[in-house]
Design a protein around this ligand. Structure first.
Ligand SMILES: C[S@@+](CC[C@H](N)C(=O)[O-])C[C@H]1O[C@@H](n2cnc3c(N)ncnc32)[C@H](O)[C@@H]1O
Ligand code: SF4
Length: 385
């Protein structure tokens, strides 16, 4: 018998793996869409995938849904309606649930976005990256700056009060003025949330094989510091390494990951993490990565690509990997509730981190210090088993 005393919140991630074109920096499970998107077959596979997960989550309610990709905004409203109807018929959803859809500015048509809103999708995450045409070209994006501006207008006109803009910085050829200008332009569009990612060169991407020249580390640090100031002045609080939000507009779905909640993952290559209160086990499970193979196996009843248990010796590290990304840190009671480990388990490591001035402690609350925030990998590594 385990000690998990309080229920662990459960969210749902849905992966739609197609894009108009693969971006040279992107290592997500995304594939160039052919002439015809097999959306009906794919939605059928997603529902079959969900059915196969149901015995693992009987009686639990879904707190948030995130439809990510890939480029989910390639899917028609009719296909997404079938998906959402299928979800609602099989799982209880929290009444005021957050349902986010990722969208690429190269795929915005007003009528479709108004239909998305009608389906109950109430948050958009728009992959703007930059408003600078030359920068977007170098990133291999399918859109220019004007489409990015238009996307935000269409989002609002379609009834999406709540939308995020994804921006990247440290781009090939970018200087400080250009980075600052991207943030100014984003603020003028009045989103509720902004994600600001440093461009990284990921293995198995074109940029990794043939790297562009990137700004040096000092300049990248200046860009980030400038953005922090601009966003704070614009009313956005940084609550995670890359995430900034207006009051009350933090992304509930991502917060569930960062607070080590549970999530189901359906779709090609999707990952899930589930706690079984009866046995006390925490398991990860992921799905077949290739869309064709995923569809075939999901419809045959099991698209599992692999699974493993997060053993009790790994839990502290896994928890920290997420929770230390939060600017406000976490309460020790949350650590106990999510890992089923006593706080004594991490007491020595926390004391060591405090002596090295990497964390601050205020009663129950543990948060990374400004130094710890700068050396987050080192701080997190202290909790390795
Ligand atoms: C899965 S993508 C989905 C958004 C949508 N497909 C698009 O690109 O418009 C989520 C976000 O991750 C960020 N991202 C992707 N690859 C990245 C990389 N190599 N370095 C930093 N950020 C990256 C981008 O900002 C992107 O919008
Ligand atoms: S559109 Fe987004 S998901 Fe698709 S390849 Fe580009 S960055 Fe990756």
């Amino acid at each position: 018998m385990s000690g998990f005393a309080e229920p662990i919140p459960l969210s749902l991630y849905v992966h739609l793996p197609w894009c108009v074109r693969k971006c040279p920096y992107c290592d997500f499970n995304s594939h160039t869409a052919g002439e015809i998107l097999p959306e009906a077959e794919y939605v059928e596979a997603l529902i079959a995938d969900l059915e196969s997960e149901l015995p693992r989550v009987w009686g639990r309610r879904i707190e948030s849904v995130f439809i990510g990709g890939g480029t989910p905004s390639l899917f028609s409203a009719a296909a997404l309606e079938n998906l959402l109807d299928g979800l609602r018929a099989r799982l209880p959803l929290r009444p005021d649930i957050e349902i986010t859809l990722e969208a690429n500015p190269g795929t915005f048509e007003q009528a479709r976005f108004a239909d998305y809103r009608q389906l109950g999708i109430n948050r958009l995450s728009i992959g703007v990256q930059s408003f600078d045409d030359a920068a977007l070209r170098r990133l291999g994006r399918i859109h220019g700056g004007a489409e990015a501006l238009r996307a935000a207008d269409i989002a609002r006109a379609s009834g999406f009060e709540d939308f995020n803009l994804d921006l990247m910085f440290g781009l090939p050829g970018q200087d400080l003025a250009a980075a600052r200008h991207d943030i100014e332009t984003a603020l003028a569009l009045a989103p509720t949330h902004l994600s600001y990612y440093q461009l990284t060169l990921e293995p198995n991407t074109l940029f990794h094989h043939d790297p562009p020249t990137l700004p040096d580390e000092d300049l990248i640090a200046e860009m980030q510091a400038a953005a922090q100031t601009q966003l704070a002045e614009g009313g956005f609080a940084q609550y995670e390494v890359s995430a900034y939000a207006r009051a009350g507009r933090r992304c509930r779905h991502n917060l569930n990951y960062w607070t080590f909640g549970d999530y189901l993952g359906i779709g090609a290559g999707a990952h899930g993490k589930l706690t079984d209160p009866a046995s006390g086990a925490i398991n990860r499970r992921w799905k077949m990565r290739q869309p064709a193979q995923y569809m075939k196996t999901a419809r045959a009843g099991d698209a599992t690509g692999g699974s493993n248990e997060i053993t009790s010796t790994e839990r502290a590290f896994e928890f920290m990997l997420n929770a230390l990304r939060l600017r406000e840190g976490f309460d020790l009671s949350l650590f106990e509730a999510r890992t089923d480990l006593p706080r004594a388990h991490i007491e020595d490591t926390l004391n060591g981190a405090r002596q090295r001035k990497l964390i601050e402690r205020d009663g129950e609350r543990v948060r990374p210090s400004p130094l710890g925030w700068n050396f987050l990998n080192d701080l997190t590594a202290l909790f390795l088993p």
